[in-house]
Write a protein that binds this ligand. Structure first.
Ligand SMILES: [Fe+2]
Length: 336
């Protein structure tokens, strides 16, 4: 890991150095670094690298998982019964391996999803819960339960009419009220199952509660909210905002990180939020992004909290500090 004199991360451990990054190190007057592998001949920055084998394997297994969940949710809608063992197996055998894939957060950002929002979202939230849980030190059965809670957090949506759930436009206030019932409907689906851990049920019931008491269904706050629900809240927000549907345009993870920073000290648990942001920042380094002027650039430095406006280097080797150059912004991630 390479830090600035004021302890900001320039490059995290494991980063593959490109020519532009090396130039960036000179920019910071860093002339010596320890490297694990010699630089290959292909160290030149490449803006059109195809998906890696790891990423392609991830996409395939991810799609399979989404399809199994889709099937399972259809059955829950019809029978009003959660197939617990099957869902637990899905969490353990399908989601857990995805969580352990190198670069998992970047792969999620690159998944192209047009339909089946709820199922993609549920799988993504389960993955992000698992990754964040690991960053927070969860392991064993606790981590498995957290992943299960993430996977089932919106299971109550199976009890919401499809015309509201799949409505393309904005929901009316009445429809929004019905949509909000998914928290208590999910709770009702599972509350009589003694084999379901308490944390999973709380995660489902409370994932829209907010740290300052502004959430729903009960408006509880602070320590009254189960840690699983606080973790799901962050995973839910991150995934919803980086996807196309809910916010009607896809926000880049850089903008989303910035929004989470804004929410962190009132609506989210600041401790969990800080762990999330500190770790997610490392994933964003090295991303190839499209700038608002159409050029592509590589992210080479992220400030402590100003992740939305990092330092980037363009294809023609121009270094731009987006924090200083406010006329430009990141439109989307081209390659993560
Ligand atoms: Fe939800």
């Amino acid at each position: 890991m390479i830090l600035t004199p004021d302890d900001k991360v320039i490059l995290s451990e494991g980063t593959i150095l490109s020519e532009s990054m090396i130039e960036g190190l000179h920019f910071w007057e860093i002339n010596t670094v320890f490297i694990k592998e010699p630089l290959s001949d292909e160290s030149e920055m490449d803006f059109s690298i195809p998906e890696t084998a790891v990423q392609m394997k991830f996409f395939t297994e991810y799609e399979d998982t989404v399809n199994i969940l889709k099937d399972s949710f259809a059955k829950i809608r019809f029978f009003k019964e959660v197939p617990l063992t099957a869902t637990q197996n899905l969490a353990r055998n399908c989601i857990e391996p995805l969580i352990n894939t190198t670069g998992v957060i970047n792969h999620i950002n690159m998944v192209r999803r047009q339909d089946d929002y709820t199922f993609h979202h549920s799988v993504n939230v389960a993955i992000i819960c698992g990754v964040l849980g690991k960053w927070l030190g969860y392991s064993g059965i606790e981590l498995k339960d957290l992943i299960l809670a993430g996977l089932l957090h919106d299971v109550g949506k199976t009890q919401i009419p499809l015309e509201i759930l799949n409505k393309p436009g904005k929901l009316s206030p009445e429809e929004m009220e019905i949509m909000r019932l998914h928290t208590t409907r999910g709770y009702r689906l599972l509350r009589n199952k003694p084999e379901i851990p308490d944390g999973v049920i709380h995660g489902i019931l409370q994932h829209h509660e907010r740290f300052d008491g502004s959430g729903y269904p009960l408006g509880v706050s602070g320590d009254q909210i189960h840690p699983y629900a606080k973790i799901i809240a962050i995973a839910d927000m991150y995934d919803a905002m980086t996807s196309d549907r809910v916010y009607h345009r896809k926000n880049s993870p850089f903008a989303v990180v910035e929004m989470i920073v804004e929410e962190m000290f009132n609506k989210l648990d600041p401790q969990i939020g800080t762990v999330f942001l500190n770790n997610v920042r490392d994933y964003l380094l090295g991303n190839i992004v499209e700038l608002s002027d159409g050029r592509q650039a590589e992210v080479i430095y992220l400030g402590q909290f100003m992740a939305a406006r990092p330092v980037v280097v363009t294809e023609d080797k121009e270094y731009i500090d987006l924090e200083r150059n406010k006329t430009l912004s990141i439109v989307q991630v081209v390659k993560a």
